[in-house]
Design a protein around this ligand. Structure first.
Ligand code: CA
Length: 247
């Protein structure tokens, strides 16, 4: 369960955030001042901190400095002050994001998800929203390990993702099961049989193919192996003719 620590002194705001984030499935902890925040974070380390800058007479940024001495826990600053200079100062300090009150609850969860996603990819400065490989309706993002088909997120295991990303990195190039074992499993064919590859291809197809028996993205080249097929608009007519020679 993802644990979020809310550091805020305004009761109404705390209640609203706690109720909402709990309903979203997060494990929520609350602190209203600097000392409370540090002891809460020490007792049970949070996965993310929502930190208000104004904590009565205290400054939330002091909490942030203390937290950073302990860990790199992703932190989103909250503030009632919408001044651009505050925003920049917060980000310069190393905050992962910044939200200006009033914000909608939808915005809160979107920011939290985005910051957690970035943190898990350990690529805090990269633009993780851009897919690294895009093939019409199929988008593969190697930073976030996400695959989208027609905009919909496809749940893949890490090995299924690695297999798809490897094949898609060289569209139409055929790889044997042995080559896939060596490159995706980093394992010698002598240690692991080709059946491992066959099984993972089958599972991957069941997730990304409309008709897994007549695959459109990952095709079998009989007697050789598998290849990734980009959308036809992207292939030249020359390559089209070689496809017919295979079958
Ligand atoms: Ca406050």
């Amino acid at each position: 369960m993802t644990r979020i620590l809310i550091v805020e002194d305004e009761l109404e705001m705390v209640t609203m955030l706690r109720t909402y984030l709990t309903s979203e499935g997060y494990d929520v902890d609350v602190a209203s001042n600097c000392a409370g925040a540090i002891s809460a974070a020490t007792a049970t380390p949070p996965d993310l901190v929502l930190l208000d800058i104004v904590l009565g007479k205290e400054d939330g940024r002091d909490v942030f400095r203390e937290l950073r001495l302990m860990s790199d826990v992703p932190t989103i600053f909250l503030t009632g002050r919408g001044l651009e200079t505050d925003r920049i100062a917060g980000l310069k300090m190393g905050a992962d994001d910044y939200m200006v009150k009033p914000f909608s609850l939808g915005e809160v969860s979107a920011r939290i998800e985005s910051v957690l996603r970035r943190a898990s990819g350990a690529t805090s400065n990269a633009d993780t929203d851009e897919p690294s490989m895009s093939f019409g309706p199929l988008q593969i993002n190697e930073l976030t390990h996400e695959v989208r088909l027609d905009g919909e997120l496809i749940e893949l295991t890490s090995k299924e993702f690695a297999l798809l990303a490897f094949l898609a990195a060289s569209p139409r190039r055929v790889y044997s099961r042995e080559q896939l074992l060596e490159n995706v499993w980093l394992s010698s064919p002598e240690w692991q049989g080709g059946a491992t590859v066959t099984e993972h291809i089958r599972r991957l197809r069941s997730k990304i193919e409309v008709d897994p028996d007549r695959p459109r993205w990952i095709t079998t080249v009989r007697g050789v192996g598998y290849r990734f097929e980009p959308p036809h608009a992207a292939t030249s007519s020359n390559e089209e003719s070689t496809e017919h020679a295979d079958s």
